[in-house]
Each structure stands twice: as C-alpha cells, then as structure tokens.
Ligand binder design. Structure first.
Ligand code: PY5
Length: 312
C-alpha cells in the first residue's frame, strides 16, 4: 500500500516559522503546547508539481488554500498574523531556500502554541508555520477498495466541517483505521442523516449515466479545493456535475466512483464494501478526469495556468 511510504517522510532543510526560516531540526515544540492536547490548529495541504519541460516548480491553487486557511482560523477563533499574499510569498521563499526540484507537499499550520491547560484561547499565542515535504502518490492511482465505516462524519451542527481544524481529524483517523483493520484501503463516511459525506481525507464523486454527482457542502464535508476544481473543469470534458445528497446504495450501483483531494488527486474507487464498482477497473470517465487534472496541475492547460504559481 502506497500510504506506507509516508510513515518515513523526510522534511526539507528549512521550515518557515513566524516569518523566519528555521532549520528543520530546530523546529520542535514544547510538551504542553495547547494544540497538542486539544487539537487547536488549522492547517492546509497544498501541492507543488515539478515540471521538467519548463524546468520549474508550480504551486497549485495556493491562493484558494490560503483563503480557506484564513477562513478556518476565523471560524476557530485563531488569529493568523500573516495575510494571504504574505503566506504565498513565504511559501515561494521556503521552496527556493529548500532548492525544491521535485513534487512537494506543502503543509501550512497555525496552532495555539501557548503552554497552558486553559480552554479559553482568546489571548493565547499562535504560531504559524509552513513545512515542505517531498511527496509522491498518496493513494494507489490504479484504484482503491473502500469501506463504508460505522463511524459517522462529525455533523455540521456539532462542528463546522468546512473548517480544516486539527482536532477534527481524529474522526478521520478512526474511520481509516476501521477500514484498514477490515482489509480495505480507505474509508467512506456517512453523515448523521445517513447520506454519503466523504473519505477520511478526500471528497467523493460518483459517475451515473455519464454525469458526475457529489455530496453538497451542507452534508458535513470539507469544501475541497480539488472538488471545486473538478466541478469547474468538468464542463470542458462535456460532463454535467450535480451537487446532491447521495445514498449508500447509490455508491454500489454507480458506474464509477472516485476520490479527489490534494493528496489523493483523482483516485479511482474500484470496490466498496466488497461490491465491484463498474467492471472493477478504473472507469473511462474517471481516467479522463484524472488525466485532465494531472495536465492542469502540470501547467499543460493554458486556460488554467493562472492557478499555478511558479517558484523560480
Ligand atoms: N476531505 C477531507 C476530510 C480532507 O482532509 C481533504 C484534504 C479533502 C476532503 C480534499 O480537500 P482538498 O481538495 O482541498 O485537498 N486532505 C488533505 C490533503 O492534503 C490530507 C489529509 C491527510 O489532501
């Protein structure tokens, strides 16, 4: 399973912390750090793709990610001292300092860094950091087997799920461990109302009669940037996208199913709960979308070049 390689991730030489480049070895936090105990962090996952033809590294949709970062922080009441443009510039500066010339995963995080047991975070110190990690594939691009797990997605009425907050990921960890312990590659979570929500770290689409269907944002999902990208570019491929509630059995009877996310990119789901999806191989529409997405992130589609920020 490809996931394993991420257990042994290698950090790049520098980490950006509160405006300074710090050696990766010095980028450590104290044991009583608030965020470690209570999950009081907001974070992002951004990819930068190396393009050997253009001899350059391109960050994909950095602005949209940093807008969501700011929104997550605002919802959570965490104050980020750096504006969106400053964070984009910091990311470019960091990648240059790290002499990144390969595919990279960028992990911005803002966390309550004060050492205290107090839950009132209003006046507590916040640290903002950006970490870069050489990164390959997150899920097997040839297709994954997924399990609809019994753990439900945390409901929007309990926590605003469009905020990408550290503590919320314990829900994803439980879901993924349930799937893995049952011999599957990835989890699919339903929401409290019984409708399909998302994967542990991905949004989900189904293909039915040539159209794409994906759960609406009010169904307790993270409003993914890859999801938004697919919705926007699908029309170029002549595909309609319908945002609507999806039931569990619709997954089984879909023509194709795929996950989308920054890490997962576009990953075919070939089996769900032991039911073969379509003919058990990545479907033609999924592959078409995957190829188009990979072209877009590599700067091969002119009309979406504005989503890419060159590092050099
Ligand atoms: N849903 C969840 C729960 C996610 O964690 C993610 C992203 C997505 C959807 C997709 O969002 P986007 O398209 O904006 O990336 N997950 C992280 C990622 O970098 C990684 C989690 C391990 O893909």
């Amino acid at each position: 399973m490809l996931n394993k390689e991420f257990i042994f991730i290698r950090l790049m030489r520098y980490v950006w912390i509160n405006g300074k480049l710090v050696s990766e070895k010095e980028a450590v936090i104290p044991i009583l750090t608030h965020a470690l105990h209570y999950g009081t962090s907001v974070f992002e996952g951004i990819r930068a793709y190396w393009n050997p033809d253009l001899n350059n590294l391109y960050i994909f949709r950095a602005r949209e990610h940093y807008v969501r970062f700011h929104n997550s922080a605002k919802i959570m009441g965490i104050k980020i001292d750096y504006g969106i443009d400053e964070l984009i510039d910091a990311t470019v500066e960091l990648l240059r300092a790290n002499e990144a010339r390969e595919d990279v995963y960028i992990r911005p995080i803002a966390f309550v860094s004060a050492s205290t047991v107090n839950l009132d975070i209003r006046d507590l110190e916040v640290t903002t950091a950006i970490i870069t990690i050489p990164f390959g594939r997150y899920l097997e691009p040839k297709g994954v087997r997924a399990k609809v797990v019994s753990w439900l997605r945390i409901h929007n009425s309990m926590f605003p799920m469009r905020a990408k907050v550290g503590g919320i990921y314990v829900n994803s960890v439980l879901a993924l461990m349930d799937a893995k312990n049952s011999g599957f590659d990835e989890a699919i979570m339903l929401n409290r109302d019984g409708y399909v929500a998302e994967g542990s770290g991905e949004n989900i689409f189904i293909v039915k009669d040539g159209a794409l269907h994906t759960p609406p944002t009010y169904d307790s999902i993270l409003e993914g940037i890859t999801r938004a990208t697919i919705i926007e570019v699908a029309k170029d491929l002549g595909l309609n996208v319908i945002e609507r509630r999806i039931t569990r059995e619709e997954l089984y009877t879909a023509d194709e199913v795929f996950f989308v996310g920054t890490a997962a990119e576009v990953t075919p789901v070939v089996n769900i709960d032991g039911r073969v999806i379509g003919d058990g191989k990545p479907g033609p529409i999924t592959l078409k979308i995957r190829n188009y997405y990979m072209d877009i992130v590599h700067g091969k589609v002119d009309k979406y070049r504005h989503w890419l920020i060159p590092v050099y």
